[in-house]
Design a protein around this ligand. Structure first.
Ligand SMILES: Nc1ncnc2c1ncn2[C@@H]1O[C@H](COP(=O)(O)OP(=O)(O)OP(=O)(O)O)[C@@H](O)[C@H]1O
Ligand SMILES: [Mg+2]
Length: 261
């Protein structure tokens, strides 16, 4: 990647923050952003011989809500990390919001990740002692949103996830379900192209899991594209589309279908 200076993004540093211009401002804007994620023959092999993701092809379009299912070790998290730009494939092509990520230098990749991807983890990943408002405002770091606006946007988003009364609470003052809703707000605040969630209900009791799932459903109904890994059969069966993995491969990826509410 060395020496590559011209990606589709114009990234300049301002007060130690990369600034990402909007699609309309940059040369090479994507032709079909309706395809939020596109994987073509993607492989991730680790040294030592494990091929965690093996020649995967998948397209996720704007507005989809996709469940990724499969046995432990089948490559689900690896796949999500690849499309979330936290890892690079050893072969194949990954397009995010229309951009060929393999052609981007690291700095542009980081900028694309900051703007286009909202990640939610099973373990919440909230820093101890940090107020919900600040944790969510931090979701806007590196997105070009002015510092003064970050808190306002964070407060709006916390209201949106039903935590308008918890703005100054710190993680240890929140229930598990509330912590996960803060984490979802942190992902959501930048209005990403897609929210990627790796077992977001895995650490929650069934009541809290239902609240989090309900929130994801509402976000989807409002137009958010969501890909969620889940071991919960009930959750997976209730979602409009399921991608099933085994041994690093997608064994089925049923297309959109109507689901009874
Ligand atoms: N950093 C790594 N180095 C080597 N092998 C790895 C690494 N990370 C994951 N693997 C292997 O890749 C395979 C897929 O792992 P992955 O975490 O993607 O599975 P998963 O489907 O998310 O499983 P689970 O449901 O248990 O979370 C596993 O066999 C795992 O041991
Ligand atoms: Mg996993």
């Amino acid at each position: 990647m060395t020496g590559v200076r011209k990606g589709p993004f114009v990234v300049s540093r301002q007060r130690d923050e990369p600034r990402l211009c909007s699609h309309s401002e940059v040369e090479g804007a994507p032709l079909n952003a309706a395809e939020v994620l596109q994987l073509v023959d993607v492989t991730r092999a680790y040294p030592g011989g494990v091929t965690a993701v093996d020649g995967v092809g998948l397209t996720v379009r704007q507005g989809e809500f996709v469940a990724v299912v499969g046995p432990s070790g089948s490559g689900k998290s690896t796949l999500l990390h690849l499309v979330g730009l936290l890892d690079r494939p050893t072969a194949g092509t990954i397009r995010v919001a229309g951009y060929d990520t393999g052609a981007l230098p690291d700095r542009s990749l980081a900028a694309l990740r900051a703007r286009a991807i909202g990640f939610v983890f099973q373990q919440f990943h909230l820093a101890p002692g940090v107020r919900a408002l600040d944790a969510v405002a931090d979701g806007l770091l590196y997105t070009g949103v002015a510092r003064a606006r970050r808190r306002d946007r964070a407060a709006e988003t916390l209201h949106q996830v039903g935590l308008g009364e918890r703005l100054t609470h710190r993680p240890h003052e929140l229930s598990g379900g509330e912590r996960q809703r803060v984490a979802i707000a942190r992902a959501l605040v930048k209005r990403p192209d897609v929210i990627l969630a790796d077992e977001p209900t895995g650490n929650l009791d069934s009541a809290a899991a239902e609240t989090v799932l309900e929130l994801l459903r509402e976000l989807h109904a409002a137009g958010t594209t969501i890909v969620v890994i889940t071991h919960d059969r009930g959750i997976a069966d209730s979602l409009p589309r399921r991608v099933r993995m085994r041994d690093g491969r997608i064994v089925s990826a049923d297309q959109r279908r109507e689901v009874n509410p």
